[in-house]
Design a protein around this ligand. Structure first.
Ligand SMILES: NC(=O)c1ccc[n+]([C@@H]2O[C@H](COP(=O)([O-])OP(=O)(O)OC[C@H]3O[C@@H](n4cnc5c(N)ncnc54)[C@H](O)[C@@H]3O)[C@@H](O)[C@H]2O)c1
Length: 264
């Protein structure tokens, strides 16, 4: 399905009177690969119906097949996250489809690295748009259905770059720091409605995003990390699983760092 199809699909109500889904429904963005794919698998395994959002329909369909064949339930939603309004509309569609929304995992993100003196305002805006503006739009769209259910879990994937800064990542670090401020604010605004909001800050995780860093940086990272290894997507997915669980009901406004001890 391409973006045009997705837009047409959005304008057609899926159901006028949706039946309420029995299982809890979780939205995961960027579910076609890397950390998002591991999160989708993990939440499906935990019993959530997982509404997977990504801009790449083919890769997402493959993930759906894999999850379905291991007994999980998913749906596929195509959305370009630089269009925050489209993302909010996608969330509304998912709520309409299932009649409930329990968990939102804002995982998708991008980098456009460069030293600050060479970074254009366009490169700054592009990253802020996808990594922060769309997260704000998504959280806002998800809050109303969660309030209606008086239960919700918002989990935003930030980064240790957003906590400590990182040379060459003025745009990315700013966007991820913004995600932390946004998450803490949501925790305060929506706590009384039964909604928790937490962020997860991964360190170096082995995905396409870190593949490009090269062997030298990789070896350096492995020496610096107390646990002496790159993290795996599943390490982050396990943290999401916890924060989405009933057991994490008294944890809100926190940043859970998953970095092998790098920043401790
Ligand atoms: N890999 C790491 O070491 C690391 C460390 C800290 C934080 N993170 C964060 O974890 C999250 C997942 O990263 P990853 O390592 O799996 O990266 P990845 O590049 O493998 O995956 C990123 C996902 O985001 C999606 N995406 C990017 N821009 C998009 C857009 N405009 N519209 C729709 N989808 C878009 C991609 O399609 C992909 O599915 C990101 O938010 C990233 O910033 C990753």
């Amino acid at each position: 399905m391409d973006l045009q199809d997705a837009k047409q699909k959005r304008s057609t109500p899926i159901s006028q009177e949706p039946n309420k889904c029995v299982a809890r429904v979780a939205i995961v963005t960027g579910a076609n690969r890397g950390i998002g794919k591991a999160i989708a698998f993990r939440l499906a395994n935990d019993g959530f119906v997982v509404a997977m959002v990504a801009r790449n329909g083919d890769a997402l369909a493959e993930v759906q097949n894999e999850i379905t064949s291991s007994g999980g339930q998913t749906s596929v939603h195509i959305c370009e996250l630089s269009d925050s309004e489209a993302y909010a509309a996608t969330i509304e569609d998912i709520f309409e489809q299932y009649g409930r929304l329990d968990v939102l995992v804002n995982n998708a993100g991008m980098t456009k690295d460069g030293l600050m003196l060479r970074m254009s305002l366009d490169d700054f805006d592009t990253v802020m748009n996808v990594n922060l503006r769309s997260v704000f739009a998504g959280c806002k769209a998800a809050a109303r259905p969660m309030m209606r259910g008086r239960w919700g879990r918002i989990i935003n994937i930030t980064s240790i770059s957003g906590l400590s800064g990182n040379a060459g990542q003025a745009n990315y670090a700013s966007s991820k720091a913004g995600v932390v401020g946004l998450t803490k604010t949501i925790a305060k605004e929506f706590g009384s409605k039964g909604i928790t909001a937490n962020a997860i800050a991964p360190g170096y995780i082995e995905t396409d995003m870190t593949d490009s860093l090269g062997e030298e940086i990789r070896n350096g990272v492995e020496k610096m990390v107390p646990l002496r290894r790159y993290g795996q997507s599943e390490d982050v997915a396990a943290a999401v699983s916890y924060l989405a669980s009933e057991g994490a009901g008294y944890v809100t406004g926190q940043v859970l760092v998953v970095d092998g001890g790098l920043t401790c």
